[in-house]
Design a protein around this ligand. Sequence first.
Ligand code: SN0
Length: 316
Amino acid sequence: MNYISIKNIDNLSQWVQDALKIKKNPLKNKKLGKNKTLGMLFFNPSLRTRLSTQKAALNLGMNVMVMNFTNEGWTLEFEDGVIMNQGASEHIKEAAEVISQYCDIIAIRAFAGLIDKEKDNAETVMAGFLKHATVPIVNMEGATGHPLQSLADAITMEEHKTPHRPKVVLTWAPHPKALPQAVANSFVEMMQKQENMDFVITHPQGYELNPEITKDSKIEYDQDKAFENADFIYAKNWSNYNEYGQITNADSNWTVTAEKMALTNNAKFMHCLPVRRNMIVTDEVIDSENSIVIEQANNRTYSAQLVLQKILNNVK
Ligand code: SN0
């Protein structure tokens, strides 16, 4: 079993209930991972993913090894059949198989490069490991998805669920750097599995996500209208998918402010973090009682622990 995408979740509400059970008693399965090793490979920076996934593994009694490819590992070649006379020192064929000798599960972070859309959509790094590793793979944010985050988001929404059918809004907000679409993509896929929630995506014209992912999810270009009666506001920046990887809008009118939140049904504010304060969201909103960003981050542990637990139960 691998955990690569929200598509790997066969029954979202069951997974959320199972994760909430883990949260009540995180050390219950302390023996499950004994003498098993999780290898965590980072091709990009991380705070929450690194610590929460490591914490989850420790709660299961696993050993953990962390490797940063940003400045410590050999640069890897992912293309088959090339003459390796350029910068890359080692081919994924050897690297993935070698790492598999030391690990029972491999978790990988490899962001979108945001230059070559086709290459990003092909998930070169994740696909290379899936092909050449001989152990299960966990996605810690690939080029097109961040399924551990969205599972944590589902857990957090369940904890704050309203008595009525909630309205959930994913809103784009401005950011000084070009960011991947991964978090937004997985959030959309997760929301499409929610049977008892209404879902609206709001972003400037031209900022449409991959239509193969958003499918028939509702898009409302008027942010104020989208916010009306919302119970959850999930803010996230992503760079332009059509004009791939470009920043074509930096309109501060899209920042989530107290005035915008006043249009909602006393909505909870959500963000995956790290967040640019007073770009994505004002201090006033993120520091308010309605902000549940810290609980989202806390739930990253239980989302990762559920996934690791499922894999460990599967490999035994
Ligand atoms: C990443 C992203 O995919 O948007 C990771 C989010 C979990 N975010 C960033 O790279 C933010 C970088 C910054 O400088 O704000």
